[in-house]
Ligand binder design. Structure first.
Ligand code: NAP
Length: 246
């Protein structure tokens, strides 16, 4: 289904990004696994994809660094010839109450989650416009829609990702490039494994479907948005959250 397509996935060494990489590779895409610090885990993802008959490459790049993103995306284009799918998944949390939040904690989350998506779109979209085709998928969050106490930086970054998605969708639509966001709810990854049992129980009560989601369930939504079948969908936010935000 995605045979011959080149798919760049940021933050693909773990969690949701890893599941997206595995899924797109299983559909035939050549997958570019980006990571920041988890080199061994990124290599493990590559090995698993290749063991399943797929094709993958690894690129280290801190997505919050504008200059490094330019080099990263240019390297991918030079080595693979094109970029068909870009999944901006890299993300971090630095939770704390607003009144106690350091400037550095605010800046780090915005730089990675929001500016990181801008950085890669800035350079990959030029190539997609030339190709007159492309799929950009940005990972937002339910928290970007509803807000969450203790996550002012994260909620702002994820709401920003939705605005970025819609602006980019309008700018790129005339050349066949779609831009959509996915807003996951609470998904079982390293990011949520730090939550206490008490918080997990309180959260589960707010999920109509009753449980945390799996990275593979988010990856299935990304695969759909990356597919030919989603060609008439742009500027949308697809909620994968067990019904939390409806
Ligand atoms: P995770 O398990 O903590 O993995 C985060 C990934 O992002 C890792 O691969 C990490 O790479 C990468 N990353 C972090 N900072 C980076 C940087 N500066 N440059 C490049 N890569 C960077 O997180 P996750 O739960 O899979 O979340 C993935 C995305 O979904 C995030 O955007 C998150 O905000 C969003 N999301 C998650 C949930 C959830 O419940 N889990 C819910 C809603 C939205 P390294 O390890 O190599 O540094």
């Amino acid at each position: 289904m995605l045979d011959g397509k080149v798919a760049v996935i940021t933050g693909a060494s773990r969690g949701i990004g890893r599941a997206v990489a595995m899924k797109l590779a299983s559909l035939g895409a050549v997958v570019v696994i980006n990571y920041n610090g988890s080199k061994e885990r990124a290599e493990e993802v590559k090995r698993e994809i290749e063991a399943g008959g797929g094709s993958a490459d690894i690129y280290q790049c801190d997505v919050s660094d504008y200059g490094k993103c330019e080099t990263f995306i240019q390297d991918v284009i030079r080595e693979h010839g094109h970029i068909d799918i870009l999944v901006n998944n890299a993300g971090v949390t630095r939770d704390g109450l607003l009144m106690k939040m350091s400037e550095e904690a605010f800046d780090q989350v915005i730089s990675t989650n929001l500016k990181g998506a801008f950085n890669t779109i800035r350079f990959a979209s030029r190539q997609m416009l030339k190709q007159r085709s492309g799929r950009i998928i940005n990972m937002s969050s339910v928290v970007g829609v509803t807000g969450n106490a203790g996550q002012a930086n994260y909620a702002a970054s994820k709401a920003g990702v939705i605005g970025l998605t819609k602006a980019a969708a309008r700018e790129l639509a005339s050349r066949g490039v779609t831009v959509n966001a996915i807003a996951p709810g609470f998904i079982e990854t390293d990011m949520t494994s730090v939550l206490s049992e008490k918080v997990r129980e309180a959260t589960a009560v707010q999920i109509p479907l009753g449980t945390f989601g799996k990275p593979e369930q988010v990856a299935a939504a990304a695969a759909f948005l990356a597919s030919e079948d989603a060609g008439y969908i742009t500027g949308q936010v697809l909620h994968v959250d067990g019904g939390m935000a409806m």
